[in-house]
Design a protein around this ligand. Structure first.
Ligand SMILES: [Zn+2]
Length: 272
């Protein structure tokens, strides 16, 4: 049993007797989950972004309610010996309701994303975050540890909100349902590795922007997309030998620069 701002929930497990589906024969992909609410799928040309969990007017309303709550708490301390009155309780319930609404939308995004990934791909590469303390060493634009401490405090919250563990749990059970397979890969340096030539160099992410520009071969791509392609390549190497033949390559992509570019297949063995 659990409780949130919308009320109580009872959940229980049911044994459905459902067996894993036969391999669906769909293409492989790699997914780079952003630190905020986003995911870049290697087979796609644009990131999937979660809409803000609360609309502008809902955020405004939340702010008003928080202010009202603060006033009512002060009043309660002054005149009621700290005892919460009905109006204060009502305000708290309204705040909880709005917060729960945002959480529901976040859950909805995650469920739609994981269902879509499992249904439409035969292999899904993801970063194995169990071997990486993501909240301690932030990825992307705040990669170097020990800096941007405030930004990381925000990152910690964002990561907890997006719960990589929950994403992975959903992907794993849905993959079984839809004949797909989830391959967690070693997550180190995925954002600094060139998906075309395999060069690992933090300088390829100069300025820590959206652009990945390889210092060796000059390959340019959206940084998150480049990472997702690298994740896919690692997944194919570690777990997808039987999937390799299912896709015709090369694919055409539109990188962040807007120029169209043809990318060759990730080579099975590369110089590091
Ligand atoms: Zn390169």
């Amino acid at each position: 049993m659990s409780r949130d701002g919308n009320g109580w929930h009872i959940s229980f497990g049911v044994h459905t007797g459902r067996r894993p589906d036969a391999p669906n024969g769909k293409p492989a992909c790699g997914v780079d989950f952003g630190v905020t609410a986003s995911a870049f799928v290697s087979t796609e040309v644009a990131p999937r972004l979660m809409a803000p969990t609360l609309t502008a007017s809902e955020r405004e309303r939340l702010k008003t309610l928080e202010q009202r709550k603060a006033r009512q708490v002060t009043y309660a301390k002054k005149h009621n010996g700290g005892k919460y009155g009905n109006r204060l309780r009502k305000t708290i319930a309204q705040i909880a309701g709005l917060t729960a609404r945002g959480a529901n939308r976040r859950r909805d995004f995650t469920h739609k994303l994981t269902t879509d990934l499992a249904k439409n791909h035969g292999l899904i590469g993801i970063e194995d975050l169990r071997v990486k303390n993501m909240t301690a060493s932030a990825k992307g634009s705040i990669e170097s540890p020990g800096r941007n401490v405030r930004a990381k405090a925000w990152l910690n919250r964002a990561v907890l909100d997006n719960t990589p563990g929950e994403r992975r749990r959903q992907l794993e059970y849905k993959a079984r349902m839809y004949g797909s397979v989830v391959v967690p890969v070693v997550p180190f340096h995925t954002s600094q590795t060139c998906a075309r030539c395999g060069q690992v160099d933090p300088e390829s992410r100069k300025g820590c922007g959206r652009l990945f520009a390889c210092t060796r071969c000059g390959y340019e791509d959206d940084a998150d997309h480049n990472a997702s392609v690298e994740i896919e390549a690692r997944a194919r190497r570690t777990g997808g030998s039987d999937i390799n033949s299912t896709r015709s390559i090369p694919r055409v992509r539109v990188p962040a620069t807007g120029r169209r570019r043809t990318r060759e297949a990730p080579k099975p063995a590369r110089a590091s």
